[in-house]
Design a binder for this molecule. Structure first.
Ligand code: AMP
Ligand code: ZN
Ligand code: FE
Ligand code: FE
Length: 288
């Protein structure tokens, strides 16, 4: 069993459509794949349809786990919370995600204004042309516009030069506190798992053990231990913290299509851990 519980599609800042993700997961030999777009469940229906079509055509399709990755913030630091098998229509959750997505749009516009003032040739219209319809807008879409304009070679270069968290062009967006997000995911019947707690570089979270313990106390279920941005020391630290707090230890690729070099299944989750997550999901977001 190959199980990858963290991927992105064109419903946020991945480059595969939800249906394309299902095809890619089948090609990669995955048995289970979760779709976890930033602050959105918009990709679920077409991913479910793709799974059903494959099965109807007699082709083996991976089990699809509906999920989201909620952007949170605590004391100026970005915290990402995965939520699986939740009810995507739970009103308080929908309200919070809508607020976050709306704030992301104005934030992107402000970042573009700063970049343009800094002499970087970019317009908000050019960026919007790279945000797929209905997608959660994010910095990678600014990067895509810069790549298309020939200003940088790839997303990584755009982040390294101008889009990283410490950049003078960086602007934050509204994001809930992670303890509140854990409560919301639970209230929506979902299973909350803290993403890449100790990643270096791109998703630089480097959370404190105390924050993880605090989230465990309000109902966090799992910790993403194996992740491409965790070096062996970070993964070992996450694994022992999970064991100490009684959290499930997951592994996943955080695939973004061609937006990152990491492939589907680059990190995987243990079948027993997946089974435990599945048993805890009570939301109406059902497995396909
Ligand atoms: P945002 O959600 O708009 O703050 O942007 C964060 C997103 O950018 C996350 O999904 C990251 O995976 C992605 N990201 C961060 N650093 C890089 C990078 N160096 N190259 C490509 N994507 C990145
Ligand atoms: Zn992303
Ligand atoms: Fe993340
Ligand atoms: Fe992610």
């Amino acid at each position: 069993m190959r199980i990858d519980l963290h991927t992105h599609t064109t419903a946020s800042d991945g480059t595969d459509s939800p249906a394309g993700l299902i095809e890619a997961a089948a090609s990669a030999g995955l048995d289970v794949v979760a779709i976890t777009d930033h602050d959105s469940a918009a990709g679920w229906p077409s991913a479910v349809a793709a799974v059903r079509q494959m099965r109807a055509a007699g082709r083996p399709a991976p089990t699809l786990v509906p999920g989201i990755e909620v952007s949170c913030e605590r004391a100026g630091r970005s915290v990402h919370l995965l939520g699986y098998l939740l009810d995507p229509a739970h009103p308080p959750l929908v309200a919070e995600l809508t607020r976050a997505r709306d704030s992301r749009a104005t934030r992107l516009e402000r970042m573009v204004a700063r970049l343009a003032e800094g002499g970087i040739p970019i317009t908000y219209a050019a960026v919007l042309a790279h945000v797929p319809p209905g997608a959660t807008p994010g910095r990678p879409h600014i990067a895509d516009a810069l790549v298309a304009a020939g200003v940088v070679a790839h997303r990584d270069e755009a982040f390294a030069r101008w889009l990283h968290d410490a950049s003078p062009y960086y602007v934050t967006h509204y994001a809930p506190d992670p303890a509140r997000a854990v409560e919301l995911v639970l209230a929506a019947g979902g299973v909350p798992v803290l993403a890449h707690p100790f990643s270096a570089g791109r998703s630089a979270s480097q959370l404190s053990d105390a924050l993880v313990a605090e989230l465990a106390a309000v109902g966090l279920v799992g910790l993403e231990v194996e992740h491409p941005d965790h070096d062996p020391a970070a993964a070992a630290r996450a694994r022992s913290l999970a064991a100490g707090l009684g959290l499930l230890a997951t592994g996943a690729s955080d695939y973004h299509g061609t937006g990152k070099t990491v492939g589907l299944g680059a990190r995987v989750t243990d079948p027993g851990v997946w089974q435990a997550i599945r048993e805890r999901g009570r939301g109406s977001g059902e497995l396909a």
